[in-house]
Design a protein around this ligand. Structure first.
Ligand code: NAP
Length: 323
């Protein structure tokens, strides 16, 4: 028998990928006037609105949707292992290309608002300027191809969807650039970091806050809303090396680095060619987020967000850390 989950009359929001960087930030920043249903692959505890489901099969997804009957779906689940996607093509495709289509078909049939995340990796990244939503896409990796197919599957099936392309996301419980660079620097390691790939680092918390701002404008679904494709990325840009240097600077100000009078910096630049990876990365994947700002009056910060994230990690007691 189908289980139906309900508590009260608040609009029901289903958040997939609730354990990920963006998903956990969405759960942490959710406005009180929504009933949250979180989907996580491996739940440790039985909680009323926590659903333990592998989203790579259509039957499981249908059963989940029938049970929750969400009015808003936020799809923050994805196959995000970019190199792994080159090898596990079918598994990555199910999550990144097919799941968005299944969710969009449901959204269209029930007047449900769908918010989905995509990526800067849909672009070739061969020109040194920020991409607009109207720019030509040309992904270089299996991950990028899958994410682009996911966008197209949504746009073909429903008009009640907001697709937010974000980039270089950090923050949250899963492994990310800020956490791993900070860990190494605090341990006193010296690092070489790529200086010829450029992007816009984006704090997961800012993505979540802007997502809720958009949802509050778009819900309930009506014709003529500002749905469609938007870029949503941090306001500053730099290379991975610049990003690592900023992390080092901030940690220095927080007095988190071991002192070495002979070392000006533990971070040194290197080229992409020095660290070949299975999946090619765009060299320039900066995103212009003006359109989102014009429509929803919210924008992720640049380097100040990094400061806030690191301060919330290292300048607050462990039980109050929120990054
Ligand atoms: N991270 C970035 O730099 C970046 C950049 C641009 C765009 N994006 C996009 O932003 C979105 C969120 O990314 P993120 O950084 O928050 O990702 P993340 O931290 O890797 O989280 C991905 C989430 O998806 C879930 N998931 C993966 N496979 C699943 C499956 N088969 N069934 C159910 N759940 C599954 C994971 O659950 P488990 O905990 O069980 O694995 C996790 O909760 C994605 O669409 C991604 O493409 C990310």
């Amino acid at each position: 028998m189908q289980t139906v989950y309900r508590s009260c009359n608040l609009p029901r929001v289903l958040i997939t990928g609730a354990t990920g960087q963006i998903g956990s930030a969405l759960c942490a920043t959710a406005p009180a006037d929504f009933e949250l249903h979180q989907v996580a692959r491996n739940c440790v505890a039985e909680q009323p609105f926590l659903h333990a489901i592998d989203l790579s099969g259509p039957a499981e997804v249908q059963q989940l949707l029938r049970g929750v009957q969400p009015q808003i779906i936020i799809n923050a689940a994805a196959w995000t292992d970019v190199d792994g996607a080159q090898r596990q093509v079918a598994a990555a495709h199910a999550l990144n290309a097919e799941l968005p289509g299944w969710l969009a078909a449901y959204a269209e049939s029930r007047q449900v608002l769908l918010l989905h995340y995509s990526t800067d990796y849909v672009f070739a990244g061969d020109q040194p300027r920020a991409y607009q939503e109207t720019d030509h896409t040309d992904p270089g990796s299996t991950y990028g191809h899958g994410k682009l197919a996911g966008e197209q599957a949504i746009l073909e099936r429903t008009a009640a969807a907001l697709i937010l392309r974000t980039s270089w996301v950090y923050g949250g419980p899963t492994r990310n650039f800020v956490a791993s660079i900070a860990e190494k620097l605090i341990a006193g390691e010296t690092l070489k970091v790529v200086d010829d790939q450029y992007g816009c680092p984006t704090w997961s918390r800012d993505v979540a806050t802007c997502s809720w701002a958009a949802i509050q404008q778009l819900w309930p679904v009506q014709d003529g809303l500002n749905t469609g494709l938007y870029h949503l990325a941090g306001a500053d840009q730099g290379s991975w090396y610049d990003f690592a240097c900023r992390i080092e600077q901030e940690l220095g100000q927080l007095d988190m680095l071991p002192y070495d009078p002979n070392l000006a910096s533990r971070v040194a630049p290197c080229g992409t060619a020095e660290y070949p990876r299975p999946a090619p990365r765009p060299m320039y994947s900066m995103l212009n987020s003006n359109r989102f700002y014009q429509h929803f009056n919210c924008r992720p910060a640049g380097w100040p967000a990094l400061r806030q994230c690191l301060r919330s990690l290292y300048a607050t007691p462990p039980d109050q850390q929120r990054c």
